[in-house]
Write a protein that binds this ligand. Structure first.
Ligand code: BDP
Length: 714
């Protein structure tokens, strides 16, 4: 196996795991309604997927029946709720009352099985839910249903038109090559299928650092339209990232000022053109005044004036502007103790709450900086009330080992989503804020994530990274889900239903984020990778002394950012009072965010009783030691899963084991020499068991190494 089928392999369910209830004797799938025969309708996709899936999982022949076929206990009847004459057995208030919802009623001995959708997309989601349970051997005779908590369940791809992907680690773009949309879009269709199977319904196909030439009529007519047409049957709509400066660079205007009437006319006309080719375009994502990109502030206009420029022409088509809150100056001056990049989002956006048009949605990264291994939740998510927001996660592991490391991120997202922002002193979990039924009642809210799959058969560059995409999709649908439960589902579908595989891989992957945090940046100091560009590998020295504002303010005696209101940058005060007061004081700040909020001596004693510096040493050794166990645990799965994927992962885990040691030693050595404080356990700087593998040159003096003859026997 090469990974392309991901969690939709539909592997045959082992005989030993089949029971009368989990493998019903379906031989015919009947799709109700006229649209069923229209290949571009989610209804017909659902029908085909069910026939294919059931026959592969149960190894029996299944066919598509016509609507006049007889309904028996071996038929599965599928359709939108209005297509059923009787909705017998469906509770009076059910997920079927909500957009995208479904209800599934597995067969009894006398009646057919049913998959009922609120709408055509709901039917497709129901079909995938049914197949997922069937493939896991977990279908029961009990009826169940579900509908999503949030309407916006999106992906951002950072694909460039030349075929590269910014921060992409899974090969070249599925969408672009050589400045245009690719001829062969077969993988785009597979991507839409994977997305639909976990409930995702939208995708922005190009980089937020956008190339304006995507908007030429040629590119829209012959490229963008084809992508939209291929993804639509899977209930996936597309959006585009726009370059704010396109009126100047593409349109030849003198300015891109959002209040200039020629600029307004240019975007209005562009919007008409875009909708001519993609009438159900979801809308636009805008990155402006960020990392050197121009934006409304460049013209002395507000961010709201910038966003509304796009919102107006979009409103007649029901489209949205996703305006990114990632606005900050990357030439920040470090010598001013009040300067803090973390403050930027609230500083730039909170006072504009009344100024955005109705169809603007502010897109907020989950933490105030940038997808670090540990960050507090962005306070902006609780500071907009009238203006809607979506949260932005990152499935691509930009700061988390870039898919050379296995790091399961859902536990981090789960913590973010369960965080209580205490808006007006009332319970306000992030996952509730991101739902229409939440405290702000935003009708259009939800999720997006930077995913960056590529043409590799692994999609993301590492088979195990696909657990993140799976869990992300499932969390957008049901954000209260448990990361481990989602992981086990993914394992059964992707690897094997063998309980030993599920247990071993589940335990392994649950250890990955804590291990990565252990050997990278601890106590909220941030990831400590190279900050200037690559964002890969340890580089604690690169954190300070640059304009990017991801500072640690480490010196010989102390470290951490003082973000308190009393003596620091004031960031802690951006939260609602109950949360702000927790972070304002060292005593109440949780250890894992101590250095995010406070500047303390290396000798400061944590709640755990350890000093900060000893915690660094211990966490790094423990984290790296944990990573050493991964290969061995993976080895125990040899033969229980296919060899090709086993070997691919084994190779990656061996690399990860080595790189974890590089991380450990580089971070520990850095703080050891900066602080001059020795490790209680005499590991850092004391390398009794190190061996030199090559004869040193006469100019090198080995200190603390034992030379050995490392030549291989003849
Ligand atoms: C940073 C990435 C950069 C992106 C930027 C963004 O390093 O490549 O362009 O985020 O989100 O994390 O716009």
């Amino acid at each position: 196996e090469d990974g392309v089928a991901a969690w939709l392999r539909y592997a045959a369910l082992p005989e030993s795991q089949r029971t009368a209830t989990n493998s019903p004797a379906i031989d015919t799938v009947i799709v109700l309604g006229d649209e069923a025969s229209d290949a571009s309708s989610p209804l017909s996709v659902a029908g085909r997927e069910l026939v294919d899936g059931i026959s592969k999982i149960l190894g029996r022949s299944v066919s598509l029946g016509s609507s006049s076929s007889q309904h028996t206990s071996s038929t599965l009847v599928v359709g939108v709720r209005d297509a059923f004459t009787l909705l017998e057995g469906v509770p009076s208030s059910s997920p079927l009352d909500h957009t995208d919802g479904y209800w599934i009623d597995p067969a009894s001995s006398s009646s057919p099985s049913r998959i009922i959708g609120h709408d055509a997309r709901g039917v497709l989601y129901g079909a995938f839910a049914y197949l997922s349970k069937l493939a896991q051997g977990r279908l029961s005779s009990e009826a169940w249903g579900s509908s999503p908590r949030a309407p916006i369940r999106w992906i951002n791809q950072w694909d460039n038109m030349d075929g590269t992907i910014e921060r992409g680690y899974g090969g070249r773009s599925l969408f672009f090559e050589g400045g245009a949309i690719r001829e062969d879009l077969a993988r785009v269709k597979e991507y839409a299928r994977l997305m639909a199977s976990v409930g995702l319904n939208g995708i922005v196909i190009n980089n937020v650092n956008a190339n304006a030439s995507l908007l030429s009529e040629e590119s829209l007519a012959n490229g963008v339209k084809r992508v939209a047409d291929i993804m639509r049957p899977y209930g996936v709509r597309i959006g585009l990232a726009l370059n704010f400066d396109a009126p100047r660079t593409l349109g030849g205007l003198e300015t891109s000022d959002p209040l200039d009437e020629n600029v307004v006319a240019w975007w209005t006309e562009k919007t008409h053109l875009i909708y001519k080719y993609v009438p159900d375009m979801l809308g636009y994502t805008i990155k402006a005044n960020s990392e050197g990109q121009p934006g409304p502030l460049s013209y002395g206009r507000t961010l709201a004036e910038g966003a509304n420029l796009f919102a107006k022409p979009l409103s007649q088509y029901g489209g949205f502007v996703f305006y990114r809150a990632f606005v900050y100056d990357h030439h920040l001056r470090e010598d001013n103790p009040k300067n803090d990049r973390a403050n930027a989002a609230v500083d730039f956006f909170a006072h504009l709450d009344d100024a955005f048009d109705d169809n603007v949605v502010v897109q907020v990264k989950f933490g105030p900086i940038d997808f670090q291994v540990r960050e507090p939740v962005s306070p902006l998510l609780a500071r907009l009330r009238k203006t809607k927001a979506v949260i932005e996660f990152m499935v691509a592991q930009e700061y988390m080992g870039q898919q050379t490391h296995a790091v399961y991120l859902a536990p981090q997202w789960q913590e973010v989503l369960a965080f209580d922002m205490r808006v007006d002193g009332k319970p306000s979990l992030v996952r509730d804020i991101l739902s229409p039924s939440g405290p702000f009642g935003w009708p259009t809210t939800g999720y997006t994530a930077v995913v960056n799959v590529g043409r590799d058969t692994t999609w993301l560059g590492h088979h195990l990274a696909m657990a993140n995409l799976y869990a992300y999709g499932r969390l957008t649908w049901a954000p209260e889900s448990d990361a481990r439960v989602l992981l086990d589902e993914w394992t059964r579908l992707t690897w094997s239903t063998d309980p030993e595989v599920v247990e071993t891989l589940g335990n392994l992957l649950m250890d990955t984020w804590p291990a990565y945090e252990g050997h990278s940046g601890n106590l909220g100091i941030q990831t400590l990778c190279d900050i200037l560009y690559t964002h890969y590998g340890p580089s604690p020295a690169s954190q300070d002394g640059n304009g990017w504002g991801q500072w640690t303010r480490a010196n010989a005696k102390s470290l951490g950012m003082d973000r308190t209101v009393a003596t620091g940058t004031g960031f802690a005060g951006q939260y609602h009072p109950e949360v702000a007061s927790v972070y304002e004081k060292i005593e109440t700040t949780p250890d894992n965010l101590l250095l995010w909020f406070h500047h303390v001596p290396y000798t400061h004693v944590l709640k755990s009783g350890k000093t900060v510096i000893q915690h660094f040493y211990d966490a790094h050794y423990e984290g790296a030691a944990m990573v050493q166990t991964f290969s061995q645990r993976w080895a125990s799965l040899r033969g229980k899963i296919d060899d090709a994927r086993w070997e691919h992962v084994a190779f990656k885990l061996a690399y990860q084991a080595g790189h974890a040691l590089v991380w450990r030693d580089s971070v520990c050595r850095f703080y050891h020499s900066l602080s001059g404080i020795d490790d209680d356990k005499k590991r850092v700087g004391h390398y009794a068991h190190r061996y030199a593998l090559a004869a040193p040159s006469p100019n090198v003096v080995l200190d603390g190494y034992t030379p050995v003859d490392a030549r291989l026997p003849e």
